[in-house]
Design a protein around this ligand. Structure first.
Ligand code: GLN
Length: 187
């Protein structure tokens, strides 16, 4: 199984290592041609404004958006989820907009907004959630969006068909269950 990990900015190496430890083949997506033949894509954490601009600059934006709309499985963490969101609560500029949710950027505050908490994820169980200047989901805007986890009444994980969006960073833990879940989604 060949998974593309968007590697224009942010925490992509950790995703790559985790997926490879699970036996998946990974390709770092740095240009449009790298998207050929992948069966899933990871949009990592980082800085969504920078990532969004780079997708345009590198001429990958349209192709990634089309692939996701046509069903390419995507695991998006933190800034990656911001890229997927159809609406941003506190930013007029949206990006791929394939996931019908409203996301609030830097929802826990900019500087002091990093923390770890163990909370249940539907279908997985208690999971160590690492939040780093994280967004959360203000609202789900389509009845087909399944809420997988909440923390203090805020939605932090959703699935919408082929799209998995997380506020937190599973790649920064030793726990591989979310990546395993993603690989099973592809199979
Ligand atoms: N705050 C970042 C943003 O808005 C996301 C943070 C992260 O990916 N850890 O893009």
């Amino acid at each position: 199984m060949k998974i593309g990990v968007l590697a224009v900015q942010g925490a992509f190496i950790e995703h790559r290592k985790m997926l490879e430890s699970l036996g998946a083949e990974c390709v770092e997506i740095r240009q449009k041609a790298d998207l050929e033949g992948i069966q899933g894509i990871v949009l990592p954490g980082g800085e969504s404004t920078v990532q969004g601009k780079l997708l345009h600059k590198l001429d990958m934006f349209g192709k990634i958006q089309t692939c996701i709309r046509e069903g390419l499985p995507v695991l998006a963490t933190c800034a990656g989820m911001i890229l997927l969101a159809q609406t941003l609560y506190n930013d007029p500029v949206t990006h791929l907009a394939t996931l019908p949710v409203t996301v609030r950027r830097n929802a826990y505050g900019r500087q002091l907004g990093s923390f770890i908490t163990d909370q249940p994820v539907k279908g997985i169980g208690e999971f160590p959630m690492v939040f780093i200047r994280a967004p959360y989901i203000e609202s789900v805007d389509d009845s087909d969006v399944e809420v997988l986890a909440t923390v203090d009444d805020h939605i932090v994980a959703v699935r919408y068909g082929n799209q998995l969006g997380l506020s937190f960073h599973p790649e920064m833990t030793e726990d591989t269950r979310i990546h395993e879940f993603f690989l099973k989604m592809i199979q």
